[in-house]
Write a protein that binds this ligand. Structure first.
Ligand code: NAD
Length: 437
């Protein structure tokens, strides 16, 4: 058995747990910078939290100019506020964008430089200012992950900074903070969480040679990430459609936030794979919300990966409550159908055409996706440019059977079994690592 588990020093979960914030912040020192966005800054729940921290004797400065997808300029703005007030901690409250901004503000404040200096893996020289993360979506899992995702005006695709030093010190997951999410946001963020669970549960499994976790931030599928991932599939798949239909159900909000946090723990250690690599160019062209893009791609990526991950897909089917079947292959195919059906039920487009992706950009998108080296190398089936085009073409036309038919009728999968990786041969660390999450 092999396992890697990096996480915050403390995760506090439960309705009302945000009441812990004041005492936790006071424990880190006398000044704090709270990073959030304009919407939350005007919310009375947020106002009450700030007041509680102030009452605990901590001087609070609020940075409320976080923008979705975190442009690098936003990081520089927040870091310059931090330079002025010299905080003892950073509190990040909001969706993934606010949490990622908080991580980057802590990094730049502690180690100086520009966001660009840290793109890639293991570029952070040491611990950063303590980060206390409170997610308001369920969600990216950023409250427990070592990555911040940014948009850089000089780059076509989003970029990532991945380093264990970016894992927040404390995560406070209070599902009541997600009650205000509208159905569309609940669907997109919940779909994102489910893809994290599926991609980490079905990622590459590397040989457990000593040193792997010090060479890679994301080590691939392992015993501990599997545990988190499968439970996340069970929780999220059991709650997602219900909570999109009725966002007032606190029991479902709890289930979603817990599942999203576990999915975050899973991918924080195992890493994501092809669906995330492909979403970067799709997102860049269609401006689709991250969760919608990865979810639209997920069933096609599962179909492509089927020959290497039938056992895992069968386990996913069982976790989703699919009727048991003696045939592992039948159950594995049923998992793909179940995931596609769930996404359909919550309104995720079933094809790239529906997302507004132009067919004549498939070649470009495939090339761009291949540059997401870490995600590409984390896929359980070795990916080449032609494979990316195959997946994108199937996803554009909504044709999953073109990826699975060969297997179902005994002719072998569309991609050669000979290319199924041995999972130890691909341990090379790519020289350029730009994509994350
Ligand atoms: P978001 O943070 O970009 O927020 C989207 C919108 O939802 C914003 O307008 C925000 O104000 C609003 N919102 C947030 N919480 C709300 C609430 N409770 N009620 C009403 N509105 C609310 O959305 P997100 O999906 O949480 O985060 C997406 C970002 O996170 C992307 O940049 C993505 O790349 C990144 N990401 C990061 C990680 C990671 O581990 N760091 C993982 C996955 C995705």
């Amino acid at each position: 058995m092999f396992g890697t588990f990096r996480s915050p020093k403390a995760v506090y979960f439960g309705a009302g747990q945000r009441a812990l914030l004041a005492r936790i912040v006071a424990g880190f020192g006398q000044r704090t910078l709270i990073c959030t966005d304009e919407r939350l800054a005007s919310d009375p729940v947020f106002g009450a939290l700030v007041e509680s921290v102030t009452r605990a004797g901590v001087a609070v400065t609020v940075f409320s100019r976080t923008l979705p997808d975190v442009p690098t300029s936003c990081v520089e703005d927040a870091a310059s506020v931090a330079r002025q007030i010299k905080p003892d901690s950073i509190v990040a409250i909001g969706g993934g964008s606010c949490l990622d901004l908080g991580k980057m503000a802590a990094l730049i404040h502690t180690h100086g430089g520009r966001p660009q200096d840290y793109y890639g893996e293991f570029k952070v020289p040491g611990p950063v200012l303590p980060i206390i993360a409170l997610p308001t979506t369920a969600g990216t899992g950023s409250e427990v992950t070592p990555v911040a995702v940014l948009s850089d005006p000089d780059k076509v695709l989003k970029v990532g900074v991945s380093d264990p030093h970016l894992i927040p010190s404390v995560a406070i997951c209070d599902p009541e903070l997600t009650l205000s999410c509208p159905a569309s946001l609940t669907a997109a963020t919940g779909a994102d969480a489910l893809t994290h669970a599926i991609e980490s549960f079905t990622a590459i499994r590397r040989s457990e040679e000593a040193g792997l976790p010090l060479e890679r931030v994301f080590v691939g599928k392992n015993a501990i990430s599997d545990h988190h991932a499968l439970e996340a599939v069970r929780l999220i798949s059991g709650a997602l459609a219900g909570v999109v239909g009725d966002g007032t159900r606190l029991d479902l909000r709890e289930q979603m936030m817990y599942g999203a946090m576990l999915a975050g723990q899973a991918f924080a250690n195992a890493g994501n794979a092809a669906a995330h690599a492909l979403q970067y160019p799709i997102g860049a062209l269609t401006h689709t919300a991250h969760g919608i893009g990865v979810a639209a791609l997920m069933p096609y990526v599962m179909a492509f990966n089927l020959p290497a991950r039938a056992a895992e897909f069968a386990a996913i089917a069982e976790a989703m409550g699919v009727e048991p079947d003696d045939s592992q292959d039948a159950l594995a195919l049923a998992a793909i159908d179940a995931v596609a059906a769930l996404y359909g039920e919550i309104g995720i487009p079933a094809t790239l055409a529906e997302l507004g992706f132009p067919e004549d950009r498939i070649e470009w998108a495939a090339e761009q996706a291949m540059t997401a080296a870490r995600l590409v190398h984390n896929n359980p089936v070795a990916l080449e440019l032609a494979d990316m085009k195959t997946i994108l073409t199937a996803a554009y036309h909504g044709d999953r059977t073109s990826l699975t038919d060969g297997r179902a009728n005994g002719r072998g999968p569309v991609h050669s079994v000979a290319r199924l990786q041995t999972e130890t041969a691909r341990g090379r660390i790519p020289s350029v690592e730009i994509q994350s999450s």
